[in-house]
Design a protein around this ligand. Sequence first.
Ligand SMILES: [Zn+2]
Length: 310
Amino acid sequence: MDTAAIDTWGRIEFGRLPGRRFDEASVTDNLLFTLQNQVPGLLTYQSSQVQERDSGADWEWWIGDDQAGWLCLRIQAKRVYEDNTYRMLKHRGAGEDAFQYDTLIKGCNPDQARYAFHVFYNGWPEGTFEEGTYWAPPARWNACPGLSSYKDCKHAEPRHYGCAIISSSDVKKLSDSDITAPAAGRFRVQKYLSAAVPWSYAFGFPPWDPKREGKRWHPKLDRGDWVDRVHGTLEVLTRRGGARGARDASGHLGEIPIDRDQRTFELPSYVEAMRRSTPGRFEPASEDEAPAAPQTVIVERKPKRARKRK
Ligand SMILES: [Zn+2]
């Protein structure tokens, strides 16, 4: 996922040149294609026949299996613009919702293990914000469990924020707090980056181990059950301290108290229909099978309990 993030960074950086443009949809397509080829058990489905265009989601993820239950993430993607803002956050919501992020949040419920997130697609030339780095000070660097700065961090590099994830409730808080400010201030990247982390972190933070500087994951560290760990991470990112909370809890995200019963045990019919079909384009057989978002990703743990690598 970090490699895909660096790719995205390059694409968005290149997209800043005059006459070049990559919209969110083409970046998302590329990302999902890359992931499907790299992550075992990950399947992607595209559909133009979306039931609620106004779910506010570009992708929906289902993570888990029939025994452990399923977690759901709805994600809205926003790219950075040349003025260093996520100016399309101003997008209006469906119906009476003021903003698209309101619609997205409304369609989710953390009490049912359904979480709303934004993924920001970032990319700008080195030195844009500070000489000699891709990072954007004064944004806070929350990528390091060891509290290193972006200059010394061995876990992550700034371009891992090519795909940066942040809970949509944090996006709402940050956007609504400056609601009367002009877009250049209201949606500036530094404000949001301070509450975001590289998107691979949503699947478990890298625990900090000073003895293994080169390696991001300690091979022997028991990170607990995979679905529990992802569930715990999403809980922290959404409701228990956000990016900083997850950084501070990085060593024990598999032990965050979670309620497994909150997960989904009966998948929506379109997800079941997808599981029975080949990944790729999905044609719903009936209205019930219309997905909630243009892209659906299913990450299913295989019954053999093969060790997952991310
Ligand atoms: Zn570090």
